[in-house]
Design a protein around this ligand. Structure first.
Ligand code: ADP
Length: 588
């Protein structure tokens, strides 16, 4: 597994970087902040209103206030409601936009990573980053804003209590520093748990992805029970952690409440004695207590804002790991544009999959001319697949050069290079979409007629037309099941439509029934016509009709020539011929 570089655990930096994503939505954030100020001010004002209500209506019996205060209260609640609604709306809007943006960035990075990366990472882990981790980040700004709102509300309420009675207020807020302790302590704990949670969810995604795609093996070995047990382990880990998160999250509230109650108790004791002694009006006292009780809410909310923020930062850490990691370099791109292919040369090319291991290709020197059909044969593990994979730069050689029309392939743009190479491999992979879209994959905007012509040349038109929906039939997971031969012909049609001058073909080893075999063979012949072809050969007809055959062994080309000359001179070729090809003769 490629190791990710760990980010410094600097929350402020992390937060700053996360919040940068919200920068394009300044207007929405501004409206949100104004709305937030309205909410804070109206909360403070409604606490203040209790004083004139009690003193002027109930004690002084002023009928003018009797009309005014209920109306003022109604207006305050209206403004508060509108403020809260706008704040939530605009915050959610920004959050979703940022989520969208981050998902795009992640996908853009991941899809451009070299094949090597995919071989080293579990697909489920990547899926989990794009689906789960990134979603947590969305909560960062709303949590910050919520925190600010609660803070402002707190300030407004504190203003009221100090305005009503500074002496009494001092008693009440004496306990506030105490309230900070659980706030910080639980916040830290929650962040840790949040990160762990993301790891576990990622593990479960990896598990599911692997088991579902390997379902045939699971069933063939009748290991459903084993897999069930495995899943239970993953699942119970997540459940236990979620419970822990809840316990820690919930613990902070009662502790804060207790601290709050201590303050309120002190106030009732002291303020009550003052009212009894006639030194203060009941109105002031109740207004004071109301503000104090209301204070409890923002303090509590501040805790929950902190909880969401910690979760968001835990997600951000994992997402930025991918976006930043220098080990995950996006494919190196050249600048020259390749228009046509006239010649492909390997110039002393050596390649190994990992730096320390045995090279999979050793000092390969080959020159392929335009229109040539070159077959590659050799025992399994000889390096045939590796050899052809270097041409479109799926991997990069450590030594030597691959020249296309005399230009080092590393100085060509990957896009233009790969545009000129059509690949038909053994596993005929089709996407979960219509037949037409599969044939026209990456050839957007091509006409229906072009798709049909490609299908005809690939001998696929006939069976496609037999489906009720014809070219609009969905194949793959949601659609019809195609036979091996049919799938192959669709991938051949796809390559035909791409119409690239250089063809790389990995012939299927598993023999189709002789009828399909013949049709696929004819389709392939159409595909190879007038193209420079590099074919990993498993069929006699291919080697017989090839212009040249390369015989590979242990990463090197050991013999080279036509079928006849190799049969006469190469002992390895003779052996291979007897073992692999002769038996296929009857199929031709
Ligand atoms: P062939 O196609 O002739 O069967 P390959 O090119 O697939 O041979 O393999 C050549 C050598 O490289 C083998 O020793 C194989 O184990 C190794 N190899 C192939 N693919 C990888 C890979 N993705 N990572 C590491 N080693 C690989």
């Amino acid at each position: 597994m490629a190791k990710f570089k760990k980010l410094p655990k600097n929350s402020v930096k992390l937060l700053k970087r996360t919040l940068k994503y919200f920068a394009p939505y300044k207007m929405s954030i501004l409206i949100s902040l104004i709305a937030m100020a309205v909410v804070a001010a109206t909360t403070g004002a409604s606490a203040y209103l209790i004083k004139p209500a009690l003193d002027d209506i109930f004690i002084n019996k002023n009928s003018e206030y009797l009309m005014l205060i209920p109306f003022a209260y109604f207006l305050l609640v209206l403004a508060k409601g509108a403020g809260r609604y706008s704040q939530n709306y605009f915050m959610t809007f920004c959050g979703l936009k940022v989520l969208e943006q981050l998902r795009n960035e992640l996908f853009d990075k991941i899809i451009c990573l070299p094949l090597k990366f995919y071989e080293e990472q579990q697909v489920g882990m990547l899926m989990s980053r794009v689906v789960n981790d990134v979603a947590e980040i969305r909560g960062s700004l709303p949590a910050v804003v919520k925190g600010i709102r609660q803070f402002l509300t707190m300030v407004a309420l504190l203003f009221v209590v100090f305005y009503q009675d500074p002496y009494l207020a001092t008693w009440a807020v004496l306990v506030l520093p105490l309230a900070l302790f659980p706030f910080i302590h639980f916040g830290r704990k929650l962040r840790k748990l949040g990160k762990k949670n993301q790891v576990l969810i990622s593990a479960m995604t990896i598990f599911l992805q692997e088991k579902f795609s390997g379902i045939r093996v699971v069933k063939a070995f009748a290991n459903e029970e084993g897999e069930k047990a495995g899943f239970r382990v993953e699942n119970s880990r997540i459940a236990r952690l979620a419970l822990k998160q809840t316990i820690v999250g919930q613990m902070s509230s009662p502790i804060m409440e207790l601290i709050g109650a201590t303050g309120i108790g002190l106030v009732i004791w002291y303020g009550g004695s003052q009212v009894i002694a006639g030194q203060q009006t009941a109105g002031t006292f109740f207004s004071f207590v109301a503000a104090l009780v209301m204070l409890y809410d923002p303090v509590k909310e501040l805790t929950s804002a902190n909880n969401s923020l910690q979760k968001a930062l835990a997600g951000a850490e994992r997402v930025f790991e991918i976006l930043d990691s220098p080990e995950i370099v996006v494919e190196q791109d050249g600048t020259q544009i390749l228009e046509e292919v006239h010649e492909v040369s390997f110039n002393d090319v050596t390649f190994s999959y990992d730096k320390t291991g045995q090279p999979a290709l050793k000092n390969i020197n080959i020159n392929i001319k335009e229109g040539e059909k070159v077959a590659i044969v050799g025992p399994s593990g000889a390096g045939k697949t590796t050899f052809v994979n270097l041409v479109p730069r799926f991997y990069e050689q450590q030594e030597g050069q691959i020249l296309i029309n005399g230009i080092d392939s590393r100085s060509l743009t990957l896009k233009s290079l790969r545009k000129n190479v059509a690949i038909v491999s053994q596993d005929a992979f089709l996407f979960d979409t219509t037949i037409a879209d599969n044939i026209a994959y990456s050839s957007e905007g091509c006409s229906k007629e072009a798709i049909e012509n490609a299908a005809k040349a690939a001998f696929a038109h006939e069976f496609i037309s037999e489906f009720p929906n014809g070219y609009d039939t969905v194949v793959g997971e949601r659609g019809v099941r195609l036979s091996g031969g049919q799938k192959q012909r669709l991938t051949i049609a796809r390559a035909l439509l791409k119409d690239a001058p250089l063809l790389i073909l990995d012939e299927a080893t598993s023999a189709l029934d002789s009828e399909s075999e013949k049709v696929v063979q004819q389709a392939l012949e159409n595909l190879m016509k007038d193209r420079t072809s590099l074919v990993i050969a498993h069929r006699l007809s291919t080697i017989i009709t090839a212009d040249r055959i390369l015989v590979m062994k242990n990463g090197a080309v050991v013999d080279e020539g036509t079928h006849e000359s190799l049969l006469a001179n190469s002992s390895l070729y003779q052996r291979l011929y007897t073992l692999q090809f002769e038996s296929h003769e009857e199929l031709l």
